[in-house]
Design a protein around this ligand. Structure first.
Ligand SMILES: Nc1ncnc2c1ncn2[C@@H]1O[C@H](COP(=O)(O)OP(=O)(O)OP(=O)(O)O)[C@@H](O)[C@H]1O
Length: 441
């Protein structure tokens, strides 16, 4: 098989595929002959192979080791640079928060519009690379920090959390704009808990009296449930504090009893259901009479869904001295109007999105399927936001000739939009085995 002077001769059956791998570590080869029919005979001259390097490794292995080493050196350099950058930013932010609210240039168009409306208001948050600060760098209760670290596993603040926390803590009204999925819930919950701790430490408000200090209004049951869950998690180690939820689609009486028996400091609600409770129970109105903070979560959606009148009614019944926080992904005209009516004239607009940016966080995956007519799906489940939109969709679908099953029994257990596996849709067998099934939820 092997000839002298580095010449290797191979005689192989034609049926066997030949590749250069056949010649193992020989890195440069030269074909020096070819064969006749049936069998093929050829030779290769190993021009530059077989050499070894320190550690008795081949040249290829040596090269790969060197490349790996270079990659590691580069990675370490980048890490050092990032740490130095983070430290610099931390120092800058600490310095600016000592001298008041950081006011940064390069405002978004929303900010510029707001500035026209409210020349006295401060605009913060834009143009700053953030997401660099640790929770424990802020004056946050150690019990909240413990829940953040141990239960939620969060160490650093997100951009919107960094930007809003010091401003909210100062007691200012805030309109905050941040992309969907950027951590707005914790952004308003953390300073809310601090506000409760501050209020309960003062002499006029004792535990158990006029207990609701923070009211969070969400457009629908699902974000309300999420906010209440996160509030409960953050309050895990605050043994004397609790959060409760009142939302549509649940038993009114059970909720009312719960509110009476277990007074809470954080109340999460949808507008309609809260107004129902307030009109039927003086106790609920009493509980809200010393409210310190009102949060309108997803304010843009609240208004888009037609809750303006409900919100006006609600705000009128709450104490005038409360702090108001508006959190949203977009700031349309309606949000400007509400901020104009409800927020103090000197409030802070914090925009972490900027001009022309997508309103959804890049990590929130979105997709769609275009299905050709002759390949249409037989089962379609359409999820809508409200009962009214659901009825409209059902009507349209019927007009399109779909069989819309009205009698389908569908229940959700613990709807959680972030955990698809937690969704449960129960449908009747007859519906399941039918054809052209269309269901609007
Ligand atoms: N500091 C943080 N570090 C890591 N993850 C976080 C942090 N803050 C929040 N999160 C997580 O990020 C996800 C999105 O947060 P959240 O739902 O509050 O965003 P959002 O801006 O309110 O979005 P949406 O508009 O959909 O309600 C949640 O799973 C939340 O637990």
């Amino acid at each position: 098989m092997a000839g002298s002077d580095g010449l290797m001769m191979h005689r192989l059956a034609m049926t066997r595929p030949l590749t250069l791998d056949t010649f193992c570590d020989s890195e440069v080869i030269e074909v020096i002959g070819s064969g006749s029919s049936g069998n093929i005979a050829f030779g290769v001259r190993i021009i530059d192979g077989g050499r070894t390097f320190p550690g008795d490794v081949s040249k290829w292995q040596w090269k790969r080791m060197q490349e790996k080493k270079e990659r590691q050196i580069e990675k370490a350099r980048l890490l050092r640079e990032r740490q130095a950058y983070e430290e610099r930013k931390r120092q800058e932010l600490l310095a600016s928060s000592n001298s008041g609210i950081p006011v940064i240039g390069s405002y978004s168009s929303d900010a510029e519009i707001l500035k026209l409306f409210f020349p006295e208001s401060t605009i913060a948050g834009m143009g700053r690379p953030m997401n660099t600060l640790w929770f424990d760098e802020f004056p946050i209760s150690p019990l909240s920090i413990r829940a953040l670290h141990e239960i939620m596993g969060y160490q650093k603040m997100t951009k919107v959390q960094e930007a809003t926390f010091p401003v909210i803590l100062e007691g200012k009204d805030v309109l905050a704009k941040a992309k969907t999925g950027t951590g707005k819930t914790i952004a308003f919950l953390l300073p809310s808990i601090e506000a409760i701790l501050k209020a309960t430490a003062s002499s006029d408000l004792r535990w158990g009296r006029c207990p609701v200090h923070v009211l969070i209004i969400c457009p629908t049951r699902e974000p309300a449930t999420q906010a209440a869950t996160e509030a409960k998690t953050l309050l895990t180690y605050h043994k004397r504090m609790d959060a409760q939820i009142v939302v549509g689609g649940t038993n009114n009486n059970t909720e009312a009893n719960n509110l009476q028996k277990n007074p809470c400091q954080v109340l999460v609600a949808t507008p309609g259901r809260l107004l129902d409770h307030m009109s039927s129970s003086k106790e609920v109105v009493m509980q809200l009479s010393k409210l310190k903070m009102l949060v309108l979560d997803e304010a843009d959606r609240l208004l888009d869904m037609g809750f303006k009148t409900d919100l006006d009614r609600l705000i009128k019944q709450l104490p005038a001295s409360r702090q108001i926080l508006l959190f949203c992904a977009t700031v349309p005209k309606e949000v400007h109007e509400v901020s104009h009516d409800a927020l103090k004239e000197v409030h802070v607009f914090i925009d972490t999105v900027g001009k022309d940016e997508e309103k959804t966080h890049a990590k929130v995956e979105q997709s769609y399927i275009i299905s050709p007519l002759d390949n249409q799906l037989e089962v379609v489940l359409v999820f809508c936001t409200t009962a009214r939109v659901t009825a409209l969709m059902a009507e349209w679908s019927q007009n399109l000739g779909w069989v819309v099953h009205q009698d389908v029994k569908i229940t959700f257990t613990d709807w959680d939009e972030r955990d698809v596996l937690a969704r449960r849709v129960r449908v009747s067998l007859c519906w399941l085995h039918g054809r052209n099934r269309f269901c609007v939820l």
